[in-house]
Write a protein that binds this ligand. Structure first.
Ligand code: AMP
Ligand code: MG
Length: 320
């Protein structure tokens, strides 16, 4: 099996990070505001520390492009926050010191390279704070192509039962889903048009992360007649990959016309959907560019589909 070690390390790392997030979530996390005004929590820092520690041990030469960095956390006025992060990490890695933790977090300052990992320690922090969906998203990229991806979604129900789902994909080997607590992986397959109940579309809960009125119009033009299902984070990719929706639309918000998508918000989700038989492009039908930098500067919006409706969606976007 290709990338077997990468896959096992990524699964273990994302699962452990998800455990930390769930502990923080049970304690009711508070938001800290970042310079760009977006929220971060002790769990974002703790999850990044855990994943970077695991990757540093298994693949010491691989750069990691992560969302967070420890610059603010090292400041004296953040000492109480760093102590909290340290306590959560130590519950899982007892020997970790605060210094280890800030160093691990800063391993996430790597650059996009011929081979690198990209990590969103908590994708959907706003959902996490609302006790809704969020994901630990980790992907391996080689020569601009995502080769493997893991999405841990602790708030996602698995087959309507156990809470916590793990989506896993390796290029050319399909995508699977298993309970986050462990179990038999089940193959993932996107939906076909005869499954009327699941032929719906997903979009962000946060209106400012897209263009909900245009998304609705485009979905209708592609033949989807029901209202959207609104979900935070890359859990949306998991929903499309598992055939629970045919389409995920993320069109540029009219409020932020210059926004560019981050690689860590899409790499893991994209391979999960592609390996489940679906398609992922930007709104013009261009492949997402994971080769050049942490922002996908030459892509606009994201379209994720079951495959057969993709061209119709791109055509509708050109017309509307
Ligand atoms: P979601 O939960 O799907 O709404 O996506 C959460 C992600 O949206 C965060 O990780 C942010 O990186 C990203 N984000 C922040 N602002 C915007 C924006 N204006 N447009 C699109 N995505 C954004
Ligand atoms: Mg994110």
């Amino acid at each position: 099996m290709a990338y077997e070690k990468e896959k096992q390390v990524a699964i273990a790392a994302a699962t452990l990070a998800a455990k930390l997030c769930e502990q923080v979530r049970a304690d009711i996390p508070q938001a800290i505001e970042k310079k760009d005004k977006s929220p971060v929590t002790v769990a974002d820092f703790g999850a990044q520390a855990i994943v970077c520690q695991a990757l540093a041990t298994a693949f010491p030469d691989d750069p990691i492009v992560g969302e967070e960095d420890a610059t603010e956390l090292r400041k004296p006025e953040m000492a109480a926050t760093l102590t909290k992060v340290t306590n959560y990490v130590q519950a899982l890695l007892p020997d970790a010191t605060s210094e280890d933790i800030t160093n691990w977090i800063d391993r996430g300052n790597g650059k996009v390279s011929p081979r690198y990992w990209t990590l969103d320690p908590i994708d959907g922090t706003k959902g996490f704070l609302r006790q809704d969906q969020y994901a630990v998203a980790l992907a391996l990229v080689e020569n601009g192509e995502v080769k493997g991806g893991v999405l841990a979604c602790p708030a996602m129900s698995f087959d309507g039962g156990t809470t916590g789902a793990l989506y896993v994909a390796v290029r050319g080997e399909g995508a699977t889903m298993l309970p986050l607590s462990g179990g038999e992986p089940q193959p993932l397959k996107v939906v076909t048009s005869d499954n009327v109940a699941n032929f719906r579309f997903v979009e962000s809960v946060e209106a400012a992360h897209g263009d909900q009125s245009r998304q609705n119009a485009i979905a209708q033009a592609a033949g989807i007649t029901t209202e959207s299902v609104r979900v935070d984070s890359q859990a949306k990719y998991g929903i499309v990959a598992s055939g629970k929706a045919a389409l995920y639309l993320r069109l540029p918000s009219p409020k932020y016309p210059d926004y560019r998508e981050n690689i860590w918000d899409h790499a893991a989700g994209a391979i999960v959907v592609e390996e489940a038989g679906g398609r992922v492009t930007d709104m013009f039908g261009k492949p997402l560019n994971f080769a050049d930098g942490s922002k996908m500067i030459d892509n606009r919006g994201v379209v994720v589909s079951n495959g057969p409706i993709h061209d119709k969606v791109i055509a509708a976007l050109a017309d509307n």
